[in-house]
Design a protein around this ligand. Structure first.
Ligand code: PGA
Length: 229
């Protein structure tokens, strides 16, 4: 699975439609800004649709927010939650992300839950705390976990394969007792490009990748997708 997280891009619907065309592969999930979801949905034939966020309440007086039900109505199957940019710029705590996961699951959408250390120091402690709090009482077979170390996001400083593999095993260890034997779905994100994407799957043992910057560039994204399928 390849998630294309467009973040706050592009600036026009026309560009969004062009990007949807070059991203339209079976194992791709396109996550556009909310305002382009419908236009992208009407163009794609093979790719699936995801959103980058949603609110933890079903409806009511919450100016500027979008509910899981609205996203489902537009054809979304996935919702990215707890991205480090939301944790950082919008002060989202792990327990807040946990409440979003529950409402997304109630609507039978798949949450793509991001976790990852903020600093390189004491990374293991940070990951442990975040994973436990974020995924508390969550049916793990229904979620996708995205391991995204903050140092690797948007920097080009991607996580080396051996370290990424260790982190995947760490997360599996933390959740071992709560997953009742069902296999966890863990993907990697952070400066994924066409040269390293397949290594995260073949060498580091991840089930897919979450791609930011490289998903915006036609040549690069096409190469990336073809390196995996
Ligand atoms: P990046 O972003 O690929 O640009 O590092 C990844 C992400 O934030 O999910």
């Amino acid at each position: 699975m390849i998630f294309a997280n467009w973040k706050l891009n592009p600036q026009t619907k026309e560009e969004a439609v062009k990007m949807a065309c070059f991203s339209d592969y079976e194992n791709v999930v396109i996550c556009p800004p909310f305002v382009y979801i419908e236009a992208v949905r009407d163009i794609i034939k093979r790719a699936k649709l995801g959103a980058q966020n949603c609110y933890h309440q079903k409806s009511g007086a919450y100016t500027g927010e979008v509910s899981a039900e609205m996203l489902k109505g537009l054809g979304c199957e996935y919702v990215i939650l707890g991205h480090s940019e939301r944790r950082e710029y919008f002060s989202e705590s792990s327990s807040f992300v946990n409440s979003k996961i529950k409402i997304v699951l109630e609507k039978e959408l798949t949450p793509v839950v991001c976790v990852g250390e903020k600093q390189k120091e004491n990374a293991i402690g940070q990951i442990e705390e975040q994973v436990k709090e974020t995924l508390q009482s969550v049916p793990l077979e229904k979620v996708i976990i995205a391991y995204e170390p903050v140092f690797a996001i948007g920097t080009g400083d991607f996580c080396p394969m051996d370290l990424a593999g260790e982190r995947r095993e760490l997360i599996e260890g933390i959740l071992k007792e709560s997953c009742n034997g069902s296999p966890l779905k863990i993907i990697y994100g952070g400066s994924v490009n066409s040269s390293n994407a397949s290594l995260y799957i073949k060498e580091a043992g991840f089930g897919g990748v979450l791609v930011g910057g490289a998903s915006l560039i036609e040549d690069e994204f096409t190469k990336l997708v073809k390196s995996i399928i």
